[in-house]
Design a protein around this ligand. Structure first.
Ligand SMILES: Nc1ncnc2c1ncn2[C@@H]1O[C@H](COP(=O)(O)OP(=O)(O)OP(=O)(O)O)[C@@H](O)[C@H]1O
Length: 275
């Protein structure tokens, strides 16, 4: 564990021989220094947040409820503007990095089929149905949905499948910056674990710079190269943990002593900062 308020990530340190680094040229580096956000009305959500996230890195953020995790993600997405400090997403325009956001609620349009939902971001980019067919098929395959699923209406799908559609819709534009806000929080344990395994595989294949917010420490450790722990609001980054496990992450990792030990350490720190 290392307390951190300044940018500390060191890209080579997080490189793993088991991970494909070939797509890293387009993924952004994220740097924050003394970052703060005070909402209108005076509520300080986060303050003095500092980090450096390497291009293509997978970082999870854990912290007590209300500590500002979603606020931090919204700042990185450009949905909020910092009221203090600096945040650099490695480009003058966030569009350059095609950011994609996934929320706990899949937010599918009920009147559109699975394909129609996944096509939406491409339509917003002005692409026609003929142009998008192959891209949509590839996004659906990436998240484990079949051609038969593609024709279904969202109401015919389980919660886990709806989340797969939400992931496909986010991935269809091939984002280089991937932001996920507690996406699997409403799912049962087994479905959640499968989606975790699939998400790691997708990240390995595409290598977007990824920020993942979760309340679940075990999920954070399973997925990430690094876990940041935030204090209660106004949130700061109190500690960070490097996750040294090789990729791909196998389901059996969760049963290993080294996994339990690291999860225990992160949980203990979270309890400490929350006390
Ligand atoms: N638009 C807003 N105006 C004022 N305060 C807000 C606004 N949005 C969020 N907050 C407050 O800012 C703080 C941080 O909220 P945020 O949603 O970022 O926390 P969080 O860590 O993601 O919470 P949770 O884990 O419960 O989802 C909370 O106290 C919240 O009530």
């Amino acid at each position: 564990m290392s307390p951190t308020s300044e940018p500390t990530a060191d890209e080579p340190q997080h490189r793993s021989p088991d991970v494909d680094h070939t797509n890293l040229t387009s993924a952004p580096e994220l740097t924050a220094a003394d970052l703060g956000l005070t909402f209108e009305g005076g509520h300080r959500a986060i303050e003095e947040v500092g980090f450096r996230i390497a291009p293509g890195e997978f970082v999870s953020i854990v912290g007590p409820s209300g500590c500002g995790k979603s606020t931090l993600l919204r700042l990185v997405a450009g949905l909020l503007t910092p009221t203090a400090g600096t945040l650099d997403v490695g480009a003058t325009s966030r569009d350059e990095h095609r950011p994609a956001f996934v929320f706990q609620d899949p937010r599918l349009l009920p009147w559109r089929s699975v394909t129609g939902n996944v096509r939406l971001p491409l339509e917003l980019l002005g692409q026609t149905s003929a142009e998008t067919a192959a891209t949509i098929a590839s996004a659906l395959e990436l998240v484990g949905l079949t051609g038969e699923d593609a024709t279904k209406s969202p109401r015919m799908l389980s919660g886990g499948m709806r989340m797969r559609v939400s992931l496909a819709r986010a991935l269809v534009t091939e984002p280089t910056l991937f932001l996920l806000d507690e996406p699997f929080g409403a799912l049962d344990d087994i479905i959640r674990q499968r989606l975790n395994e699939d998400l790691v595989a997708i990240w390995q294949q595409r290598r977007p710079t990824t920020l993942f917010v979760t309340h679940n420490v075990s999920e954070a450790v399973f997925l990430s190269q690094r876990v940041l722990v935030m204090t209660p609001g106004p949130g700061r980054i109190a500690a960070e943990f490097a996750v040294p496990f090789e990729f791909p992450r196998r389901p059996g990792l969760r049963a290993e002593t080294r996994f339990a030990e690291l999860t225990g350490e992160v949980s203990a720190t979270l309890r400490e900062v929350s006390a």
